[in-house]
Design a protein around this ligand. Sequence first.
Ligand SMILES: *Cc1c(COP(=O)(O)O)cnc(C)c1O
Length: 352
Amino acid sequence: MKKHNFSAGPAILPASVLEQAADAVRDFDNSGLSILEISHRSAGFTKVMEEAEALVRELLNVGDDYGVIFITGGASSEFFLSAMNLLNEDEKAGYVDTGAWSAKAIKEANLFGKVEVLASSKDQNYNYIPKGYDIPAGLKYVHLTSNNTIFGTQLKEWPETDAPLVADMSSDIFSRRLPLEKFGIIYAGAQKNMGPAGVTLVIVKKDLLGKVNRELPSMLDYRTHIAKGSTFNTPPVYPIYVSMLTMRWVKEQGGLVAMEQRNAAKAKLLYDEIERNPKFECTIPNPEDRSLMNVTFKPVNEDDAAAFMEAAAAKGVDGIKGHRSVGGFRASIYNAMPIESVQVLVDVMKNF
Ligand SMILES: *Cc1c(COP(=O)(O)O)cnc(C)c1O
C-alpha cells in the first residue's frame, strides 16, 4: 500500500530525490564509485558542495555579504553557536518564546550573554504567536523560531527592529520567500524541509562575526567553516548531497514562489476540513497563527482518537500522532508532500 508520510521529522522527501539518492549510493555520477566512499575533497563532491551553496543563494536570494555553510550538530547546536559567535557576556539579545525549541535556544544563550525574553506564549501552551510586544533598542540580535514544529504555529510577519534577526527555520526553510536583509543568521536542521538528518544549514551575515571577545574553538567558529567552504573537516557528504538534490527539485518546481502557492493550497485544504468537520478542532485558535507546515488538530471527543488513527492507517496515512506535549494529531505537510496525499487524509476525515 502507498504510504502518505506526514511525519514531523525526519520527514518526507520528493520521490524523484529518493531515486537519485539511491542510485548515487551504488554509482555516483557514472564514476563507478558510491557517493558513500568518495573523498570530500574529490572533484565530484566539490561540485556537489558548490551546487548546494549556489542553490541556497539562488533560492533565497543570498548575497556575498553572507556566508552559507553546511555543518553538523543539528539545530540544537545552533542554539548555543549563534549566541557564542555573536553575543558578549555584557551584551543583551532579545528572544521570542514561541515553543519548546525557542525555550531551548533561550537556555543555551544564557550561557554566553544577557537574554531578555521579549514575549512568550507559554501561558497558553504555545498555541498562539505573541504580537505587539516592545523591542527595546540596543539589542545585539532578536532570536525567533519561524515555525513551531511541535505546536503548529508559524510567524507570518517579521518584527520591526534595528537589530538583526536570528532565526531557527528548521521546519519551514525554503517554504516561502524571505526579506533576507533583516536576518543576521538563519539556521535549519535539514531533516524537516530540506533533506535528510545529519546536516545543518547556516546562513550568516559575515560582518556580525569576529566581534566577540571570547576564544572560540575552530570547529565552533562560523568563520572557520565559511573560510573553508564547509570542508574544514569531513562534512556530512551524503546528507549534503541529498539536500542538494532536494534544492534542485525545489528549483525545478518553480522555486519558492511555487512552494508558497503549493503550501498555501495544501494547508487550506486541510484546515478547511478541520473547520468544517464537527468531529475535529484545530489546536491553534487564531487562523493567522496557524502553520502551513505542521497542522495540529484534535478530536472533539477524545474517545475518537484511536479509531481515527486506525482509519487513517488503513488508507496509508502515516506519522500523524501529535507530539506528546500537545496530544491529538499533527499532519506535517512540508514542501515534498503532494496535495494528493493531503486529499487522502481529508477524505479519511470526511468519511470518519
Ligand atoms: C527539529 C527542530 C529542532 C531540533 O533540530 P535537531 O537538528 O534535532 O537539533 C530545532 N528547532 C526546530 C524548529 C525544529 O523543528
